[in-house]
Design a protein around this ligand. Structure first.
Ligand code: ATP
Length: 452
């Protein structure tokens, strides 16, 4: 299994993820995405949107504000119930989530834990200039409620036939007692969520449909079947609104933990908002002439936990090149001078890779090669914007750099290119190289991106 430290260090070294406000010592539970981390995250979100929103006729995308009327959280039960039990250690004064502890003693110093009390995880802030309680608002702890409170707007504007869904990608904030494990448990994170509205009699079929859709998605992004485990959440551990929940757990290096959740939320949310707001949130079915409050199936995906699972699954160490190294010589020279080197690469699906193709001139000090490489780069960039140009160091070093960020293809411009307009394409996973016509590279790579 991949060591988490190796991922954290690769992410920092190669510009994926940094700790937040690092020059001031960071901030617990907050991380910043650099250029490649952002590109990977955007690729994940775009793929998700394409798969679950754009390719389905009954899905409506939206983007609600993070700050909402506080009565939303009253109705949803978050003000009274969105809390974790916590205890303070009487000796070292550290704070822990009581439900996550195996024994009732401090896991750090073995000291005695104080009484357990409930800690609400919503971040509060004040809105406007007045400092009274009516001006308290919350940073949303989930994107779901933004979709429930817009249910009537979507129905009135689009008259969807049931079943239909509302989907949203956006930030959520939770004042986690113990943020940990890199981007797994943070205080600010992103969710991709769907609220799928169905007739009560159809919830079981719909639940099964979404279970399969979620498994299909996990396979699409390259998570192996054996690293995913479905956990039927028992009655006494489910959230107050749910009658059935499956957690999709992933084998992280720090244990088998929740990646995604699938919940049957019944009509809890629409009913609660109907009674709190006194606005009728029922649905009129033109076909059956019935009026009812729809039931909801909710597939919920954490973006950051996806990024982490994808990176852990893609991280690979192997050896490429000539002879096998002996144990005191990790870079073994063969008779022909070839070498077999240890390397690290990210075996990312091309569709997720932050850079799809890197273009190199064989030698930096040959103007004719530089000019041709720039020309090929400019031509490809029009079709494949996620592209890099690298003329630093020798070709071997450039390959290693691209391997570490998961670039699936590298194109090298050499002297033969100047004669016959062909280049070498080098494949990340096995280091294989092929000669190809410049005019064919773009369609070749675009095709790979569609199917992978
Ligand atoms: P956990 O039990 O791990 O705290 P949860 O059951 O509270 O998670 P949900 O409320 O179901 O999580 O949230 C939906 C999804 O949002 C989760 O499956 C996860 O992918 C993501 N998520 C929740 N909390 C966090 C967090 N603190 N940091 C990063 N992602 C999170």
């Amino acid at each position: 299994m991949t060591d988490l430290e190796k991922i954290v260090s690769l992410c920092k070294r190669r510009g994926f993820i940094y700790s937040s406000s690092e020059i001031y010592g960071g901030l617990a539970g907050a991380w910043d995405y650099g250029p490649y981390g952002l590109a990977l995250k955007q690729n994940i979100k775009n793929l998700w949107w394409k798969r679950f929103v754009d390719s389905k006729d009954e899905m409506y995308g939206m983007d609600a504000s993070i700050l909402m009327n506080p009565r939303v959280w009253q109705a949803s039960g978050h003000i009274s119930g969105f809390s974790d039990p916590l205890s303070d250690c009487e000796d070292c004064k550290k704070r822990f989530r009581t439900d996550a502890l195996e024994k009732r003693v401090c896991p750090e110093c073995g000291g005695k834990l104080g009484a357990s009390r409930q800690f609400n995880m919503m971040f509060e802030t004040k809105i406007g200039a007045m400092e009274d309680s009516s001006a308290t608002v919350y940073l949303r702890p989930e994107t779901a409620q933004g979709m429930f409170v817009n249910f009537k707007n979507i129905v009135d504007s689009f008259h969807p036939k049931i079943p239909f869904g509302i989907a949203q990608i956006g930030k959520a904030f939770r004042n986690e007692i113990t943020p940990r494990d890199f981007i797994f448990r943070t205080r600010e994170f992103e969710q991709m969520e769907i609220e799928y509205f169905v007739k009560e009699s159809e919830w079981k079929d719909s639940f099964e449909y979404w279970r399969k859709e979620m498994l299909g998605w996990m396979s699409d992004i390259g998570l192996s079947k054996k690293s995913i485990h479905e956990l039927e959440v028992p009655d006494d551990e489910r959230a107050h609104y749910s009658k059935r929940t499956i957690d999709f757990e992933f084998d992280y290096p720090f244990g088998r933990k929740e990646l995604y959740g699938l919940a049957y939320r019944t009509d809890f949310d629409l009913s609660a908002h109907s009674s709190e707001s006194t606005v009728d949130l029922s649905y009129y079915d033109e076909e059956t002439k019935e009026r009812f409050i729809p039931n909801v199936i909710e597939p919920s995906f954490g973006v950051d936990r996806t990024v982490l699972a994808v990176l852990l699954s893609a991280y690979t160490e192997d050896e490429l090149g000539g002879a096998k190294p002996d144990h005191d010589n990790p870079v073994a020279r063969t008779a022909k001078g070839g070498s077999r080197e240890k390397r690290v690469y990210l075996k990312l699906k091309p569709s997720l890779a932050p850079v799809k193709v890197a273009v190199f001139p064989l030698l930096k000090n040959k103007p004719e090669l530089m000019e041709k490489a720039r020309e090929v780069y400019a031509m490809l960039k029009k079709e494949i914007p996620q592209i890099a140009f690298d003329d630093n160091g020798n070709i071997g070093k450039r390959y290693r750099r691209q391997d570490e960020i998961g670039t699936p293809f590298c194109v090298t411009i050499d002297f033969e290119t100047l004669d016959n307009d062909t280049v070498t394409i080098r494949y990340r996973d096995d280091g294989r190289q092929e000669r190809s016509k410049i005019s064919e590279i773009s369609s070749f790579i675009t095709e790979k991106l569609k199917t992978n």
